[in-house]
Design a protein around this ligand. Structure first.
Ligand code: MN
Length: 234
């Protein structure tokens, strides 16, 4: 039996669901059976989690800053309240089950907010000093900046290196990360690019898009998905 992987999706675009097909393809390629999760099913989350072997929190719009006790900064982008609601519920419940979670881009931020962390609503406006271009203008399969990876971390095990090259499509980034997570990937400007769990549960959040890099066969990206699916199969 293949592990069943719930993938969250965006729903605020003209009342239509939206999910980049590369998330689905990356899960299939790594040996999982993807299941796209809708919004509005908070009351049935326990039943859903009973079916899931793992959760992939996908990329998307900004998180409502009220959820980490801030009011909207002038440069806050679009928010998706119904998506915030189902994803935070799923993330919190899944963290309790011990089942694997992979958070990508917005998904990393959802994981952090789910445990009481916060986000820079606009990383360029809210950080001093020289900051790299994190909303790259290059094609989305191009790796535009480096990430320094913590030695001995899950990410280092998967990526096979203490320095990886990633794509970058975010204007928000993690601010306060609660001690339940460890920061295991940082860009050269200090922007947090990866967090992971500190116990046996496979919990990994990355700020970049390995599902897009895996299209061109990027080894570290493929191993992130393979490692996630392997954990989900246990
Ligand atoms: Mn970045």
């Amino acid at each position: 039996m293949k592990p069943v992987i719930g993938i969250t999706a965006d729903v605020e675009i003209n009342d239509k669901y939206f999910l980049n097909s590369e998330y689905v393809r990356a899960i299939i390629r790594a040996g999982g059976l993807p299941l796209i999760v809708p919004v509005g099913i908070e009351k049935d989350v326990d039943q859903l989690i009973g079916i899931l072997d793992g959760l992939l929190l996908s990329g998307g719009n900004d998180i409502n800053p009220m959820l980490f006790n801030e009011e909207p900064h002038a440069y806050l982008g679009e928010v998706s309240p119904s998506r915030d609601s189902i994803e935070l519920e799923l993330a919190r419940r899944m963290l309790k089950t011990g089942k694997p979670i992979l958070g990508i881009c917005r998904g990393l931020q959802v994981l952090n907010v789910a445990v009481g962390g916060s986000v820079y609503q606009d990383l360029h406006k809210q950080n001093e000093g020289p900051i790299l271009q994190h909303m790259q203008k290059a094609p989305n399969t191009h790796s535009s900046h480096y990430v320094q990876v913590e030695k001995g971390s899950l990410l280092e095990t998967l990526a096979g290196s203490e320095r990886i090259q990633v794509n970058s499509y975010h204007h928000q980034s993690l601010k306060v990360v609660p001690p339940v997570f460890a920061v295991t990937g940082v860009a050269n400007d200090g922007i947090i690019e990866a967090i992971e769990g500190t116990d046996q549960q496979f919990v990994l959040g990355v700020q970049w898009h390995p599902e897009l890099l895996s299209v061109k066969g990027d080894a570290a990206s493929l191993r992130i998905f393979e490692g996630f699916i392997r954990a989900c199969a246990n």
